[in-house]
Design a protein around this ligand. Structure first.
Ligand code: ACO
Length: 368
């Protein structure tokens, strides 16, 4: 039987992450994400996803060095970025820049070194473009700062505060990986043809760009902004639900309960930010939306997803909304590449079937 959107269809076996949508749990290689965000860095969790285990001191040092070594953009990608139309959206810019990586060094089979390279490049691409658009000089990558610190440093030119780094690092760890989501599936499909890692990552970025997947945080800010302007969460949300619109930042294909990433982010936000206009607004909108979703969509179990509190956390650390989905992309590159590596270990090309719903003609007729 055909399943629209492949809902409920198992497309692969994976040892990378496990999602329990009923219990609201997310596990990376056996560890609950809440335990990982409270104790480990972006680099350590990336090591866990790529290599299957948390690093010892030497392994961590080696990974840090590799990530730092690969931060610099090749000249030809800088030239491409310099000449792209300035009104191009940042996700398309990242897709174009990543697809311009020197594919000759990315043959089949994919490797962890390639994964590290692509992961290091994304923040640099984001920062290069953002500063170019704002007429600011490019900030060369630091050779000292951590992956997340360096990202904020290259964006602003200032060493970030501990609180800002921690907030962003929590978000990035929580979004490194998430099972067979649309963009990961895209990456695995492309990798399954024995195409290179650059092409598979490019497919994933294109998929991530869509508002139903990675594009939600900006939609959440629009929603919060509208509520702020109108002055009534109920009026705005009811209006959208009456029009049959989806509320950005709510609902999830897999979690039919609270999204554990939203829970962890909300807790971090409350811990780091305290009194904040955006946080208060987000809490008010969440409460009203959950109540109204239950009224308009009873029994669908619609709660905030990771993107809702991602928007609030990014607002709290002053990250422009144009950077939300790109930042999600910067972290998810780790998950995509881990899946590309796993796909290559036991590869079968993805080739599903379709059900034909068109006509059958007895003979060829041409309209005169
Ligand atoms: N607002 C209003 N109604 C909703 C919402 C929402 N955010 N999400 C789901 N519903 C409704 C649907 O209209 C549907 O109603 P119906 O039964 O009357 O037809 C019912 O709830 C079930 O929803 P589906 O769309 O079937 O759920 P699905 O699993 O296909 O969709 C999705 C999940 C795409 C995330 C959806 O909830 C949505 O569009 N949310 C808003 C966009 C968003 O926040 N995306 C970010 C997702 S998280 C991420 O990508 C990291």
């Amino acid at each position: 039987m055909m399943q629209k959107g492949l809902k409920g269809i198992v497309a692969a076996e994976t040892a990378i992450s496990h999602i329990d949508g009923t219990e609201g749990k997310l596990i990376y290689r056996g560890y609950a994400i809440g335990d990982l965000t409270s104790r480990f860095s972006f680099e350590e969790v990336a090591h866990l996803l790529w290599f299957g285990e948390l690093p010892d001191k030497n392994q961590l040092q080696k990974l840090k060095v590799e990530l730092i070594k690969n931060r610099e953009l090749p000249l030809h990608i800088k030239h491409i970025l310099d000449h792209l139309p300035k009104d191009m959206d940042l996700m398309s810019v990242i897709r174009t820049a990543i697809s311009s990586e020197d594919v000759a060094s990315y043959g089949w089979k994919p490797s962890v070194s390639q994964a590290i390279r692509l992961t290091s490049l994304v923040p640099t691409i984001i920062c290069y473009w953002t500063r170019l658009l704002n007429g600011k000089p490019f900030v060369e990558a630091s050779t000292e700062l951590s992956h997340v610190e360096n990202y904020l440093y290259m964006l602003t030119g200032d060493i970030p505060t501990k609180a800002h780094t921690l907030a962003l690092e929590t978000y990035m760890i929580l979004t490194l990986e998430h099972g067979m989501n649309a963009s990961t599936f895209s990456a695995r499909v492309t990798a399954s043809t024995e195409s290179d890692m650059v092409s598979a990552a490019t497919s994933a970025i294109g998929t991530m760009k869509g508002p139903l997947h990675g594009g939600a945080p900006s939609g959440v800010i629009d929603l919060l902004d509208e509520v702020r302007k109108v002055g009534s969460a109920e009026q705005v949300i009811r209006g959208k639900l009456e029009n049959g619109e989806k509320l950005m930042g709510f609902g999830h294909r897999v979690y039919k309960t609270h999204d554990p990433r939203a829970v962890a982010l909300k807790a971090k936000l409350l811990e780091l930010v305290g009194e904040d206009e955006w946080l208060d607004l987000a809490l008010e909108v969440e409460t009203m939306a959950i109540a109204l979703l239950e009224e308009y969509k009873p029994g669908r179990a619609l709660y905030t997803n990771v993107e809702f509190y991602a928007a609030a956390i990014m607002k709290a650390i002053d990250l422009d909304s144009a950077l939300f989905t790109p930042t999600f992309t910067a972290s998810r590159m780790v998950g995509w590449t881990a899946h590309i590596l796993e796909q290559s270990e036991d590869n079968t090309i993805y080739r599903p079937q379709s059900v034909y719903t068109g006509k059958f003609h007895d003979k060829v007729t041409i309209n005169e």
